[in-house]
Design a protein around this ligand. Structure first.
Ligand SMILES: Cc1cc2nc3c(=O)[nH]c(=O)nc-3n(C[C@H](O)[C@H](O)[C@H](O)COP(=O)(O)OP(=O)(O)OC[C@H]3O[C@@H](n4cnc5c(N)ncnc54)[C@H](O)[C@@H]3O)c2cc1C
Length: 309
């Protein structure tokens, strides 16, 4: 049997939440290990981030992720590039497993973000395997040049994806179930100015069919059949917390809102969180500060919260 490795703190994930926590812990000399399959997280999908202070002209998701890489590298955050397969409680501690290693730690910070919700319609999986249907814009982007694209969804993410792909795709149709778009006004207004983006409302997609290289969607508006044809589909109908790696006991505690000491959920994975970078970073910083307080506390602070920078 392989030997287990011990680390005081394990941070799972490489998005803005986890990187904030990891950098703050490293700066304060805490023994940590970051385990993630990537550095940057979902914000790389964003066309333009305009709500982060410090970027007066906004910043693209890709550029923001480049900067996260630079900052994480300059702090030499210890990292293993892998997916965590399981997190479980073991007495007062935690066991964190990847496909290669098993770690034991005193604290776990989970910043695994969210996963896309699927449409659950006929041939969705098949189209995904054939690389004709995607759930993440940064992957779809590599395939959309000169293509007719259907973006399924009516929220901010669908509109942001459309703005991001408009200069590459021939035509984009945003297909939404509701009669009214749920996107914020500024995005709606930008989309409405594009000549190669159309919006179809009140549409229910029922199944996908393949004909040659093209995709035919059976869709309905009320009882009327609406045939839709595309080269590529991008699904943006929502996301849910990514808690696949939690043991059944931890999953149950998560679902019931039971607080487990020394286990932190930060960012998009946190139950009921608004999905915003600044909230994710705030969560990451908060978790790091609590751990710093506990792991580096000395006797002469008389229980007063110390100022740590
Ligand atoms: C199109 C789009 C536009 C957006 N625009 C904005 C915006 O303008 N402003 C804004 O504030 N927010 C925006 N957001 C939301 C923002 O991207 C998220 O709120 C933010 O990325 C959350 O950060 P996070 O660190 O919690 O999670 P994520 O960024 O999702 O990072 C999760 C990390 O965990 C890793 N991971 C997942 N599972 C495992 C595992 N089992 N083991 C190890 N690692 C794992 C992932 O690879 C990833 O590195 C946008 C999102 C999208 C999709």
């Amino acid at each position: 049997m392989k030997e287990e490795k011990f680390t005081d703190v394990i941070v799972v994930g490489g998005g803005p939440a986890s990187l904030t926590a990891a950098i703050q812990l490293v700066r304060n000399g805490v023994d940590i290990l970051l385990i993630s399959d990537d550095i940057g997280g979902k914000i790389r999908n964003a066309n333009l981030i305009e709500n982060l202070v410090g970027f007066p002209n906004g910043i693209s998701g890709e550029e923001f992720v480049k900067r996260l890489h630079q900052q994480y590298s300059s702090f030499k955050v210890p990292m293993i590039k892998e997916l965590v397969k399981e997190i479980k409680q073991f007495r007062e501690r935690f066991i964190v497993r990847t496909s290669k290693d098993t770690f034991i730690c005193n604290y776990v910070i989970v910043g695994t973000g969210s996963i896309p919700i699927k449409m659950n319609i006929e041939n969705e999986e098949e189209a995904y395997k054939k690389k004709q249907l995607f759930y993440e814009n940064y992957i779809a982007r590599k395939h959309v040049k000169d293509k007719n694209v259907l973006i399924i969804g009516g929220g901010d993410v669908a509109y942001d994806y459309a703005m991001n792909l408009k200069d590459l795709a021939t035509h984009i149709s945003i297909i939404q179930r509701s009669r009214k778009a749920k996107s914020i006004p500024i995005l709606k207004e930008r989309v409405s100015r594009q000549t190669n983006i159309s919006i179809l409302t009140n549409i229910m997609i029922e199944k996908i069919k393949f004909e040659g290289k093209r995709l035919y969607l059976s869709a309905k508006r009320e009882d009327k059949l609406i045939p839709l044809i595309a080269d590529l589909i991008l699904v943006a109908i929502g996301r849910e917390p990514n808690i696949e790696m939690l043991s059944p006991e931890l999953k149950e505690a998560y679902d019931n809102g039971v607080v487990i000491p020394n286990l932190y959920y930060i960012g998009d994975v946190k139950k009921g969180n608004y999905r915003q970078v600044s909230i994710a970073m705030g969560d990451g910083m908060n978790a790091a500060m609590e751990i710093i307080d506990q792991t580096t506390a000395d006797d002469d602070n008389y229980g007063i919260t110390r100022e740590v920078w």
